[in-house]
Ligand binder design. Sequence first.
Ligand code: UD1
Length: 417
Amino acid sequence: MRKLLIEGKKTLSGSIEISGSKNSTLPILAATILNNKTVIKNIPYVNDVFTMVDLLKFIGLKCHFLKKQKSIQITNDKTNINTVAPYKLVKTMRAGVLVLGPLLAKYKKAKVSLPGGCAIGTRPVDLHLFALKKLGAKIKIKNGYIIASAEKGLHGTNIKFPNISVGATENALLASALATGTTVIENCAIEPEIQDLIGFLRKMGLKITILGRKISVSGKIEPKKISHKVISDRIELGTYLIAGALTSKKITFKNIDTSFIKKEIETLKTMGVKMNIKKNYIEVFRSNNLKKINIKTQPYPGFPTDLQAQIMILMTQATGQSKITENIFENRFMHVPELRRMGAKIEIRNNVANISGPSSLTGAEVMATDLRASVSLVLAGLIADKRTSINRIYHLERGYQDLEKKLKNCKASIKKV
Ligand code: UD1
């Protein structure tokens, strides 16, 4: 099995180009089912994107990567469409369930495997199904599959979510794209990735307005040739900003939009991280005398759960006791036992982690459990004494493009073996 070996305590410097957002690319790929010809630019070359493309090909779309241009061309010529998302493609990546909305809207039926649980929690899809039923779908669960139909098509309605879900909001948007009349989605997620999906749907002719946590969708889709550049990955940027705050003489970033990471910037500033910030540019410097902080993970514009594991590493270097309250996923402290083996002082009670610092971390052989937990172990390895060896790195390859190369270019000692 492949491992990542890191020799810690190196001073990093250089520049990192941030890839396109994985979490933007996945729903936009699902949305291409609704269109005829699409070019998506700035896509990250990561395994979750490849899995979604395999799923689109299974459904019958023609997909052609243009690696040099970081883009993909997708054609739906409406022949041989298979309205099924099989278990083998949905089990490795939950976002596969996002094809449910567009398949149902366009072909009036869909059979999509239930994604099942994952390391960070049970992750049900009840909110996705709630929205689709409101739009007029009939849904049964049979043999591990969601079997959905809407013989007369979907109709616009009012969907008020009991809880905020990114994926359910995306499925509701994708399904309402071909519904008759107007759909109003309330208490929805408004992550930048959702705003990007809305930008894409608007290019197809839909009228979409956002007011707080209320989105209204009306108008008619006119399938046509569309080109769309996905936004850059705010979670990748946040991850490398933390790497820079821990280790760097100076790291600069390219292909970014700092307007999406206001909460993250505010948090890092409060901790005493030194940065120079402009709209499309940041410099970050190693920051001594880091201050403790208490944070809560929340839906956007709150602090993202996808950066929780990474900020925890910065907290191990801050003076005093910091606190993280994880409000989104019930089991998202899987990285903590491994960090403790590296010398971190972290106590967990229910959904709260108390992190005491500063503590010196020492290299160890550790095991990654999910995407963001894995990258937090990389950050820990960068500041640990001696060698850290990270197992199960396939998690990293699901969501971080060229992680090893990007860090190596900044003078980190890191290699895959
Ligand atoms: C997306 C992101 C993921 C991020 C998460 C929260 C993608 C591909 N993934 O995941 O990286 O960590 O948002 O920002 O964009 N829930 C239900 N019922 C449902 C759906 C969700 O109870 O039908 C719960 C989940 O278990 C979780 C919470 O709602 O506790 C939020 O999940 P959700 O926002 O749906 O996350 P994802 O869309 O799966």
